[in-house]
Write a protein that binds this ligand. Structure first.
Ligand code: ADP
Length: 603
């Protein structure tokens, strides 16, 4: 949760009277930092301290002298007079006061905190604005020790100190200016860090030189902090397998970002139940999708159909004349030549199977859109290799062909493009459900009529008015992005994978609702890329689609695409209902009845 929105509610456990947490708990307004626990005492703080100091040393002196006297007169020590008893009680009381007041923080700081107190800079900056229902906003200092959990994982002690800055900069309210000072690193690493900082050793070469990816990441991270003067203390380093990303997922790592994973479901799809993992930081999204799953479940489930499965790549080649470009177009589109081209193409992988080549000409330039099945891989590498094979082959028959690029954007990868919307890319899926009128009312809190009308005016007409390209839906990209991140897909392919038209029609004389989502270009895989990383792999495992399908190549990735469409169906239902019910919410508000705002999910 955004720290700035975190309510200042009491945390569990004891609260030290001098802590900032305590000040927040007691609801201090105004300049909280100027208030002290001593405000609650009958005497000023210095007087209370003086009393207890005097008491402590007086009773210690008295008890010691009594002790010496008893030893001298051979009196048994356990025989205590009422005066001695009172002195012992006063000793214990004053001891507890002094340790409680001065000792605990000091002792804890020695035992628990790293040298140089890493919290100092944060303490000054973590202002939290808390607004109560009928109260003015109050400014509190959030205890900076409630930092992200990942910080605890990060063992590298990074010491921060307030930077000396221009007063103008200092006035900027949000910017947290801190300076990282060198951390204690193993001695043998210090030399390497220095070389990286001085530019003698390239940061990118650390993995190759050290043969230890974790150590390379730690050194790069430390060098980066020293070069930039910026702390990375909130970005965890520990708890990640850096070997697993080498040469495949990410170069020059310095840590990893944490994203919470929520579960929506069960999603009843094609007779099976799925718990759908969604990695997101958007509040309400998982809850909203979950509500849609419930509506689908109690209505008997959703059904999906995979319409097509083919990854595409379109190189651009140039000729001296448009006539020559057209010659090649007719050659590759001639069914008589398809078999020989497919044999060449399919050599790229035992999973790549050429399906079609569609061409577009712009003057003397030719774009050939190759489409092929790719098994359980999303398939970009596979299709690119196949295309390269074919280009090499064509070069002998068309020596005047000038290959400008393996990708000419007619593919089209990671850009909004009508070609994907119309022809499809990756998996094309349609998913539908019939939601009973009762469920629409009780679970979705709206009516069939309101949903059908809103869908027509928002998702169809509104999107047409906006000149949308594949965006005839309420928020498909929310769900696609969350599932993509959780399952290790390429998040950039969310662009075309979120193309979706949502349809809603009344059935059975307006009693029930038919809802569908048609998504022509869902690009997913269950092998390769980020899918093999531990967390992402666990999410795929949860869905039962981890890795390559042993019986039928491609079955896992196709199933994943249908789950994406099913989750989108659920989320569309829920958000559309929330918006449709907005009329109701408004009229409830009008009559002064509280109503939870369920329309927070962006649309
Ligand atoms: P992409 O083409 O999606 O970028 P990669 O080429 O990185 O994916 O990963 C696919 C790799 O996985 C290929 O080397 C392929 O031979 C291998 N592989 C193993 N099993 C399968 C499978 N069932 N489907 C697709 N590829 C598979």
């Amino acid at each position: 949760m955004d720290a700035r929105r975190r309510p200042a509610k009491p945390l569990d456990g004891p609260v030290h009277p001098r802590s900032k947490q305590h000040r927040a708990d007691v609801g201090v307004a105004g300049d909280a930092s100027s208030l002290k626990a001593s405000d609650a005492l009958p005497l000023p703080l210095y007087l209370t301290n003086a009393v207890f100091f005097t008491l402590f040393f007086s009773v210690v002196y008295y008890l010691l002298s009594r002790w010496r006297e008893k030893i001298r007169t051979s009196t048994p020590l356990h025989l205590v007079t009422p005066a001695e008893m009172a002195a012992i009680v006063a000793f214990v009381a004053s001891f507890i006061y002094l340790v409680g007041f001065f000792g605990v923080d000091f002792v804890q700081s020695l035992i628990l905190r790293p040298a140089g107190d890493v919290w100092t800079a944060d303490d000054e900056d973590d202002d939290v604005v808390v607004a109560g229902a009928d109260h003015d906003k109050i400014l509190l200092k959030e205890d900076s020790r409630s930092s992200p959990c990942g910080q605890a994982l990060d063992c590298a002690p990074v010491v921060q100190k307030p930077k000396l800055v221009d007063p103008v900069v200092q006035d900027a309210p949000k910017e947290k200016v801190i300076e990282a000072v060198p951390s204690a690193m193993p001695e043998e690493d210090e030399e390497i860090i220095k070389s990286v900082v001085e530019g003698k050793m390239p940061s990118y070469s650390l993995e190759a030189k050290l043969g230890d990816c974790k150590r390379a990441a730690a050194i790069r991270r430390e060098a980066l902090q020293r070069i930039t003067g910026k702390s990375l203390s909130g970005l965890p380093l520990e708890g990640f397998d850096y070997e697993s990303i080498l040469g495949q997922c990410c170069e020059m790592p310095v840590g990893y970002v944490q994203i919470p994973v929520g579960i929506a479901g069960p999603l009843l799809l094609d007779g099976r139940e799925y718990s759908v993992p969604m990695a997101t930081t958007e509040g309400c999204l998982v809850a909203s999708t979950n509500r849609g799953c419930k509506a689908i479940f109690v209505s008997g489930g959703a059904t999906s159909v995979l319409l097509r499965d083919g990854m595409t790549r379109a190189p651009i080649v140039r000729f001296a004349t448009a006539k020559r470009a057209a010659d090649l177009k007719f050659f590759v589109e001639n069914p008589a030549n398809f078999e020989s081209l497919a044999v060449i193409f399919n050599r790229s992988s035992r999973f790549a199977r050429l399906q079609s080549i569609k061409c577009a000409i712009a003057g003397k330039n030719l774009y050939m859109r190759f489409s092929c099945s790719t098994g359980d891989a999303m398939g970009m590498n596979m299709v690119s290799k196949g295309v390269q094979n074919v280009l090499d082959f064509l070069q002998s028959d068309f020596p005047d062909m000038d290959v400008l690029g393996i990708s000419g954007n007619f593919c089209a990868d990671k850009k909004p493009a009508a070609v994907n919307w119309i022809e499809g890319r990756g998996k094309s899926v349609v998913c539908e459900a019939i939601i009973k009128g009762d469920v629409v009312r009780k679970v979705l809190k709206t009516s069939v009529e309101a949903l059908v009308e809103l869908n027509m005016l928002k998702n169809l007409t509104g999107s047409a008015m906006a000149g949308a390209l594949g965006g005839f839906n309420a928020h498909a990209s929310n769900i696609v992005a969350a599932i993509f991140i959780a399952t290790g897909q390429d998040p950039a392919q969310n662009v075309e994978s979120s193309h979706c038209i949502t349809m809603m029609e009344a059935l059975n004389d307006g009693k029930d609702l038919h809802v569908s989502v048609t998504m022509p270009s869902i690009e997913v895989g269950t092998v390769g890329g980020g899918t093999q990383l531990a967390s992402q792999s666990a999410c795929l495992n949860l869905l039962g689609v981890k890795g390559a399908n042993k019986e039928l190549a491609g079955a896992n990735s196709r199933l994943l695409a249908t789950v994406v469409s099913g989750a989108v169906l659920a989320a569309e239902l829920s958000l559309m209902s929330a918006i449709a019910a907005g009329q109701l919410v408004r009229s409830h508000m009008k009559y002064n009845r509280s109503s939870k705002d369920v329309t927070k999910v962006s649309s």
